[in-house]
Design a protein around this ligand. Structure first.
Ligand code: FRU
Length: 489
């Protein structure tokens, strides 16, 4: 049977077997969303990296394809991106268009065993089914920098250049090119900006409208920071908002401002899809739903790790300025079934309105109106021995996810914990949008102003659902609950 193992996500992307980390090479071309990923085909822990590959027409149902890129004489294949070369700037496509992947070749210096990271390219003339590595690889080398990886490339219309942003230890570097083969240094960003609590990895740079206004845009820089044992959070992803002129990124915030894309522990190395049609207009991304702190030891046997659900990114003006907002892609609505709706209902302590329901793959869309309760929310994947709490603390104005008793956490002592972030009620209301999928919980607060993404490993019988209030009542203005169909059957 397919995708029925213990903990196996039913509507998230996970590899058929073996180890996966970062999403790579995401590009839309000819009706297909491509998703490549860091893949170790011969084991369920990190090892010599390949690019696994899958395609989807709707971002929800995925078809696994053959491994796209395998290690070669230049090394193993680390993270990177892919673009459509519409005008054959590379000359790989006989005047037509095609796909070019830009990635890091990681090898060891023969003498010193110091890792060497150099950027290379490969191209596909058949919609990503087969790939040719460019004979001039590597195309970008700077052997003075040890950590020099994860190139994200995009076409910059105004300057008619390809732009590459890549991570260089504790900064990002930008390069420009006209043909994807030769790259010229343009600028460096990041020294003393944002968080440096780990090695910088997996940057992305893209422009977004503010409040849906075409004439008011800003550039967003995504930047993941690796696991440093000094800090309890492990690996996580920050973002910057600023301007980009084709060469230089300028941060609009003060250098010491730190903005996180997620308040949970399991959303890392996320980058966005390239070449989504202009008519669609969305900036869509997925992150790797794990954390380097324990990624290699999570309790799955056949495969390891999944991606987050695909999410749309936008910028929104909130009380304290412009912030990144994330919402689930609308395509996920096609797998909804068994709807339950509740409207204008008061929740009182010790009365569980959802006591008849059981499930491990479901979605809840809810708007609460604050009453006398000082805390309220849901307990999911619950049994006598385990529960995961998605709660709102009224006094602290905090949304939290409590996985201290969520099931198996024995594999790492920093796994059990409570993760929270500030969420200010709007007109006395709090909105939550929740996705639970056997071994993960994703919570979007107030239309994606705050997101918490966390793995859980519930006990086998932990399937109950509870809605709770503490210290008083809370009103449900509206609630929709759906079980979600498997996208793998
Ligand atoms: C991020 C990362 C990247 C690197 C890849 C190796 O998770 O460390 O910087 O390219 O994973 O698998």
């Amino acid at each position: 049977k397919y995708y029925t193992e213990r903990y196996r996500p039913q509507f998230h992307f996970s590899p058929e077997a073996n180890w996966m980390n970062d999403p790579n090479g995401m590009v839309y071309y000819d009706g297909e969303y491509h998703l490549f990923y860091q893949y170790h085909p011969n084991g369920i822990t990190w090892g010599p990296m390949h690019w696994g590959h899958a395609v989807s027409k709707d971002l929800v149902h995925w078809e696994h394809l053959h491994i796209a890129l395998k290690p070669d004489e230049h090394g193993t294949i680390f993270s990177g991106s892919a673009v459509v070369d519409w005008n054959d700037t590379s000359g790989f496509f006989n005047g037509k268009s095609g796909l070019v992947a830009i990635f890091t070749h990681a090898d060891l210096y023969p003498e010193s065993e110091r890792p060497r990271q150099r950027q290379s390219i490969a191209y596909s003339q058949d919609n990503g089914r087969t790939w040719m590595k460019y004979e001039g690889n590597p195309v970008l080398v700077d052997e003075t920098i040890t950590d020099f990886r994860d190139p994200k490339v995009f076409w910059h219309t105004e300057t008619k250049n390809w732009i590459m942003i890549l991570a260089a230890g504790q900064t990002v570097r930008l390069y420009t090119s006209v043909d994807l083969k030769t790259w010229e240094f343009a600028s460096e960003f990041g020294e003393e900006h944002g968080s440096h609590e780990g090695v910088w990895e997996c940057p992305d740079l893209f422009e977004l409208e503010i409040d849906g206004d075409q004439n008011n845009k800003k550039w967003v820089l995504f930047l993941s920071i690796g696991d440093d044992p000094t800090y309890e959070e492990g690996s996580r992803t920050q973002y910057f908002i600023g301007d980009f002129d084709g060469k230089t990124f300028t941060n609009n915030h003060s250098p010491d401002t730190i903005l996180w894309i997620d308040r949970g522990r399991d959303n890392y190395a996320g980058v966005s899809w390239s070449d989504v049609p202009i008519e669609d207009g969305r900036r869509i991304y997925v992150g790797w739903m794990s954390n380097w702190r324990y990624a290699n030891v999570t309790p799955t046997k056949e495969w390891r790790s999944a991606m987050t659900i695909p999410r749309v990114l936008s910028l929104k003006t909130l009380e304290n300025g412009v912030h990144l907002v994330q919402t689930p892609v609308k395509e996920l609505q096609t797998i909804r079934e068994n709807p339950i709706t509740i409207t204008n209902k008061t929740i009182i302590p010790n009365d569980n309105l959802l006591s008849d329901l059981k499930g491990n793959a479901f979605e809840i869309v809810v708007e609460f109106e604050l009453g006398g309760a000082h805390e309220f929310g849901f307990k999911v994947c619950k049994s006598d021995s385990a529960e995961t709490i998605i709660g709102y603390n009224v006094e602290k104005k905090k949304l939290f996810l409590d996985r201290t008793k969520s099931g198996d956490s024995s594999f790492n002592n920093s796994f059990a914990g409570i993760h929270d972030g500030e969420l200010v009620p709007k007109d006395n209301k709090v909105k939550l949008h929740i996705f639970v999928d056997w071994s993960s919980v994703e919570v979007f607060g107030n239309d994606g102003e705050l997101v918490i993404t966390d793995l859980i490993f519930p006990h086998e019988n932990s399937q109950d659902l509870e809605m709770y209030a503490k210290g008083g009542n809370v009103i449900i203005n509206s609630l929709e609950l759906y079980t979600l169909k498997s996208t793998w059957s």
